[in-house]
Structures are given as structure tokens and as C-alpha cells.
Ligand binder design. Structure first.
Ligand SMILES: [Zn+2]
Length: 321
């Protein structure tokens, strides 16, 4: 093996071997992409149906067509520039490298509360990985998790751009919390709009979000809980808005133990109430889409289970508002 000046070095040998492997993988990726693209039109419908910002749909579309301007893609098209990853300097920057394999993004994946453990073997090809991700559609909150993950991929791309063009690194936990904030903000804005549009429907009860919000001091709180059974970990997302619908604050809280959905949601609500007390808010309106928990509040029973204790705690805390 020789480097560009013709001298043999261990380093140049390693780089050549790595380049060869990488070329082989890229060729496989290109073949897989072109065949997969032809036989799955439903994937496009799934992308356009996601409840995410339009710019994110466009971003996904570019990823799935492999036309996002990664260093490798720019080099392939123009024969100019350096195709290596500027964030870690260790591999050619393909789409798959920058999202899944770059060392500089490890921390972001670790701190992102939604885990996709079963699909790592597909991470050598973005299309395959995205396809595998769609299996989550049939489970509770699965589509929401796909939407949150799209926000996360977008933030990974933004962090990559900051690294590429400004030579600045972005902390992993910042990438994941920005993704969650952006996702929750959009999700809640959409929920608010949906409720607003129902105002015109005579079948809907007259109590609407705008009437609730006539109290200018009220803070609207939205919670969302996710869990990862394999890793026995979960995450809580809390977002707050003022009476104008303006985002006030968001929190992303990782949780340790595996719990059922109602317990995780109850914990999210209790954490949200504690945060509200810390902030000195006196009027709070919490929205939860966890039906089993809402039922629990409506038909309370005395019990000693963790959920009973949490429900009691929440009722107790609610007296502070
Ligand atoms: Zn890298």
C-alpha cells in the first residue's frame, strides 16, 4: 500500500483497505436503494402522511433518494471536495455514516429517549432502516415515535452542518432535546388546531380550548411518554404553552425502569406538575392522550399499586393550583 507520494505506510494501508470496504458497501447500498425504491410506493404515502413540518418531509424524501448533499454524495457528483466525515475524520461521510455510525453522534443517540434497538442491522442502508422503522406503525404511539425520530434525524443533519461549515460541535443531549422540543411543539400546535376546528361541529361539547384559555394566567401542559422495553428505559416529554399558544418551556426527562404506559404517563404528569410549581405557575391545564390513565382518574379506587400511588400524588399536587 502506498500513500499519494508513493511511500508505504501502515496508515495509508489501513486507509486503502477501509476505502475498499466502503466502496463495496456503497455499491451494495446503491443497488439496494434502486430495487427498493421501485417496489414500495406505499412508503411515499407514509412519508407524506406524517404529521411533521413540510421541510422535514422534503428532507426525508431527499434521504430516501440519497440526494442529501453528504460529502460522499457531493464528491460523487462533482469529483470535488473531501468525501471523508469532518465530524469524526474516520470514515467516508455517507448518509448512513452521518446518521448511524459517526462517533460524533453516539451521545445524541444515547440521550434520545426513543430507542430503535431491533433495526440496527438495517442501518447500513438508510432506505432499509426507514422501512424497518415503519413496523412501529401498528403499535400504540408508533407513528408519533416515527415523527419524533424524523425530527431527530433533522437535528443530526443540522449538527453535521454546523460541524462541517462552522467547525463547531453540538452536544449530543442538545441534539436530542432540540428534536423532542421541535416535535412536541409541532404536535401540540396541530392538536390545538384540530380542537379549534372542532368548534364548528355541533356534536362536540361546548367547552373548547379557547374558552379554557380565556384565563390569561393559565399554562397549558402537554405530556408524552415513550418506553423502550428492551433496554428497560423510558423518556418523558413535557411541553408548556401560554394562553396564546406560544411555547413557554419544554423538558425531556429520561426515566430508568421499564413501566407500563399508564405509569409512565402518570409520572410525566406528576413531573409536569412539579415543574409547574418550581416555575411558580398557579393555573395549570394538563392534556393527556392516555385513555387508561384518564379513566383511572374518573373511577378512582383505593389501592397500593404504583399507579394508585401516582394518581393519589397527582390529586394531592393538583390542590396547589
Ligand atoms: Zn463521522
Amino acid at each position: 500500500m502506498h500513500n499519494s507520494s508513493g511511500d508505504y505506510t501502515t496508515k495509508s494501508g489501513y486507509a486503502q483497505a477501509r476505502l475498499k470496504l466502503s466502496k463495496k458497501a456503497n455499491k451494495m447500498q446503491a443497488n439496494e436503494r434502486s430495487s427498493a425504491r421501485n417496489d414500495d410506493p406505499t412508503l411515499w404515502h407514509q412519508v407524506w402522511d406524517l404529521n411533521i413540518k413540510h421541510k422535514l418531509k422534503h428532507f426525508l424524501w431527499k434521504c430516501l433518494h440519497n440526494i442529501l448533499p453528504t460529502n460522499e454524495e457531493v464528491h460523487r457528483r462533482t469529483c470535488k471536495g473531501d468525501k471523508w466525515c469532518k465530524c469524526c475524520g474516520e470514515e467516508v461521510e455517507t448518509l448512513e455514516h452521518l446518521f448511524f455510525n459517526c462517533k460524533a453522534r453516539e451521545e445524541a443517540w444515547k440521550t434520545f429517549p426513543i430507542k430503535w434497538d431491533g433495526i440496527q442491522e438495517s442501518s447500513w442502508n438508510f432506505w432499509k432502516w426507514w422501512e424497518a422503522l415503519q413496523s412501529a406503525r401498528c403499535r400504540v404511539n408508533g407513528i408519533s415515535h416515527i415523527e419524533a425520530t424524523t425530527n431527530f434525524l433533522w437535528q443530526l443533519w443540522k449538527a453535521r452542518n454546523v460541524c462541517n461549515f462552522n467547525k463547531e460541535s453540538t452536544k449530543g443531549n442538545l441534539i436530542s432535546s432540540r428534536a423532542l422540543e421541535e416535535w412536541l411543539e409541532y404536535k401540540q400546535m396541530w392538536d390545538l388546531e384540530k380542537r379549534e376546528s372542532k368548534k364548528d361541529d355541533p356534536e362536540v361539547p361546548t367547552m373548547t380550548i379557547t374558552e379554557e384559555l380565556q384565563d390569561q394566567h393559565v399554562i397549558l401542559m402537554f405530556t408524552d411518554a415513550t418506553m423502550d422495553k428492551k433496554r428497560s428505559r423510558g423518556g418523558l416529554g413535557i411541553a408548556t404553552k401560554d394562553h396564546n399558544g406560544k411555547l413557554v418551556k419544554t423538558w425531556a426527562i429520561p426515566t430508568g425502569m421499564m413501566k407500563d404506559a399508564a405509569i409512565l404517563e402518570a409520572e410525566a404528569i406528576r413531573s409536569a406538575m412539579l415543574k409547574a410549581l418550581e416555575e411558580g405557575w398557579t393555573s395549570l391545564l394538563i392534556h393527556s392522550d392516555c385513555k387508561c390513565l384518564v379513566d383511572r382518574f374518573n373511577h378512582r379506587c383505593i389501592g397500593l399499586s404504583l399507579l394508585d400511588v401516582l394518581v393519589d400524588d397527582i390529586v394531592h399536587l393538583s390542590r396547589s393550583f
